[in-house]
Ligand binder design. Structure first.
Ligand SMILES: C[S@@+](CC[C@H](N)C(=O)[O-])C[C@H]1O[C@@H](n2cnc3c(N)ncnc32)[C@H](O)[C@@H]1O
Length: 286
C-alpha cells in the first residue's frame, strides 16, 4: 500500500479494520492516540484537516498489531495516568482509570492531609502509577513501592526518574518474602493487587488475556482474597496506630473482606463505588 494516506483515509481504514475487535468509541480513541504519537496530529487538527496527507508506513504496521488485539498502550509504549504519561511494557499492567480514582480518594483524604512526613507503601506497583502520583502529591512523604517482578520495577523506576520523583523500590514477593524487608511503621498501605479468579479469564477481552501479564491479574479460583489476606495481615504489623489501608478490589469481595478486617480489629471500614457505580474501593484503619 502507498506509504501516504490522508487523515480521513486512515480514519476509514482503522474503523473498518478494527470493528470486529473494538467498539466505535474505542476505535476513535485508538485512532487519536496513534495520530498524536506517530504523526504528531492532535484530535482537533485531525477533525479540522481531514485531507491532510500523513506518512502511513508506521501507522499501517501498528494497525497489523492492533488487529491481533495488542493493546494500543503497548504499541506506543506509554499510557496516561492522571497528569502523567507512564511508560508501559508487557511486563506491566496498563494502569486503569479506576486506579486514578483510588489515588484521588487518597489525596483527598482529610486525615492523611493533616499528617506530616507520611510513610506510604504501595504493594504490587507495576508501572509505579500509584506510588509516583502519591509522591507528586505528597512531596514530603517517604514512598516505598514493591513488586515481585524485577522488570516491572525497572519500568516503574524509569517512570519516577522521568518526573524526578524519589520512590524507594523494593523487590518483594508479598506472598512469600518476610515482612522485615518492608518499612516497619507506615501511615498508609495502598494496593491494587491481582484479584480476578482464573475462572473469569474467558470473559475478558483478548487484549487483556493475550497481552497483559497474568501474574498481575489473576488469582486461583479457590482463593480470590489471597493477596488481600496477606496485606491485611501485614498491615496489622506495620501500620501505625490509625494507619490506613486503601484497596482497589472487586464487587463480590465485600462480605468476606468485612469479616477478615474485623478479625484483625480494623475499624472505620468503608466500601466505595467507582464512577460506574460498581463497588471498587475499600478503606479501613487500624
Ligand atoms: C493489578 S496489578 C497493579 C499494578 C499497579 N499498581 C496499578 O494499579 O496499575 C498487580 C501488581 O502486583 C504484582 N504482583 C503480583 N504478584 C505479586 C507478588 N506475589 N508479590 C508482589 N507483587 C506481585 C504484579 O507484578 C503487578 O504489578
Amino acid at each position: 500500500m502507498d506509504s501516504k494516506l490522508t487523515v480521513k483515509d486512515f480514519k476509514n481504514l482503522i474503523c473498518r479494520e478494527l470493528n470486529s475487535i473494538y467498539s466505535l468509541k474505542e476505535i476513535l480513541s485508538i485512532y487519536s492516540i496513534l495520530l498524536e504519537n506517530r504523526v504528531n496530529i492532535s484530535k482537533v487538527e485531525a477533525a479540522l484537516y481531514p485531507e491532510k496527507v500523513i506518512e502511513s508506513q508506521q501507522l499501517l504496521e501498528d494497525l497489523k498489531r492492533l488487529k491481533k488485539a495488542e493493546p494500543i498502550q503497548y504499541i506506543v509504549g506509554v499510557a496516561p495516568f492522571r497528569n502523567l504519561e507512564l511508560r508501559v511494557t508487557p511486563d506491566t499492567l496498563i494502569p486503569r482509570p479506576e486506579t486514578e480514582e483510588l489515588v484521588e480518594l487518597i489525596v483527598s483524604d482529610p486525615t492523611l492531609n493533616k499528617r506530616n512526613h507520611l510513610q506510604i507503601l504501595d504493594i504490587g506497583t507495576g508501572t509505579g502509577a500509584i506510588a509516583i502520583s502519591l509522591k507528586q502529591k505528597f512531596p514530603e512523604a517517604d514512598l516505598y513501592a514493591t513488586d515481585f517482578s524485577i522488570r516491572a520495577l525497572q519500568v516503574a523506576k524509569a517512570n519516577a526518574e522521568k518526573y524526578r520523583l524519589k520512590v524507594n523500590w523494593i523487590h518483594h514477593d508479598i506472598l512469600r518474602d518476610p515482612v522485615e524487608i518492608l518499612p516497619q511503621s507506615v501511615d498508609l498501605i495502598v494496593s491494587n493487587p491481582p484479584y480476578i479468579p482464573e475462572l473469569n479469564a474467558p470473559m475478558l477481552h483478548a487484549n487483556v488475556t493475550q497481552y497483559e501479564p497474568h501474574s498481575a491479574l489473576f488469582v486461583p479460583n479457590y482463593d480470590p482474597l489471597l493477596f488481600y489476606k496477606r496485606i491485611i495481615d501485614i498491615g496489622s504489623i506495620i501500620l501505625k496506630p490509625d494507619g490506613k489501608l486503601f484497596f482497589e478490589t472487586f464487587e463480590e469481595s465485600q462480605e468476606s473482606m468485612m469479616q477478615l478486617l474485623k478479625s484483625y480489629k480494623y475499624k472505620n471500614v468503608h466500601f466505595i463505588n467507582d464512577i460506574n457505580e460498581k463497588f471498587r474501593f475499600l478503606i479501613a484503619s487500624l
